[in-house]
Design a protein around this ligand. Sequence first.
Ligand code: SF4
Length: 333
Amino acid sequence: MNLEKLEKILADEPAFRLKQAKEAIFSKLIENWNEASNLPAAFREKLNQEVPLQIDFKKFISSDGVTVKFLITLGDGQKIESVLMRHEERNTVCVSSEVGCPLGCTFCATGKMGFIRNLSAGEIVEQVLCVARFLKKENQRADSVVFMGMGEPFLNYENVIAAIKILNDEKGLGIGARHISISTAGVVEGIRKFTKEAMQVNLAISLHAPNDKLRNEIMPVGKKYNIKKILAAVGEYLETTGRKVMFEYLMIKNFNDRPEHARELATLLSQLPRNLIFVNLILYNPTGNFLPSKKEAVQKFKENLRRAGIIVTERYRFGRGIKGACGQLAGGK
Ligand code: SF4
């Protein structure tokens, strides 16, 4: 499927054709142009020839049925992964923004692939469409989208923002901006640019350590953007938008999970308005280098943060059995 090519073809047609085609793709979730009864037969034929709607994918369902990983093959043969997480009250799609990633975080399977290329806006939207079509068969819909899959979204800034606009479009998939989240490893220029977008989209920062020394050991990007620079950009974001920011913190055994780390993290974050920040603890999903923290360590860490007045949540672990959990995506490798 090639949404960019479709736009080009439809640019030569009357405006209402584009509207009809978009309605068929995003609202009716058609998988073949023959299903687009609002378009003339000859035009459907042309579209089937030139921009077929098929998405080439394989799916892997976790044993509890809660997580579904989609391995999508793109037009040039590159492979990306997207993950559906079925919460009780909503269906969340975790999308990729790049094939591979240049940032090389040592805890992440995508980081080990290196960077191959950015995804186009259409390729990002296609991931949500693929999941939405799957859910439609169960009379369900994709309710929220998180940019936490393969790649650093702010290194593919323009395409990510363009994709969000398509996902958010009321006449399209209609996913509310407040149900879309971008997670960044702390690309400061991206945070600043995003602050100016005045979007209702949520921002998350992958922090994972309470100081630069520890952080640089697992996130080489920290040498370019240290914690001080990141927190300064987040401070400006909070002041301008008044929207909450989530700090993601991977719990890695005997690395960043000690009580002194929790206290250091609380002190670090105390420079930001307490009511606008929260920490989301994520139990590390093994990708070879480290081990996940013990339950007791996570509990203690949480208590220490709470005692210091920091709001803490803990992320449910989705999809470990199908290598679809945080840090485990690697384009099917
Ligand atoms: S954690 Fe995110 S930023 Fe780091 S290497 Fe993996 S995909 Fe890239």
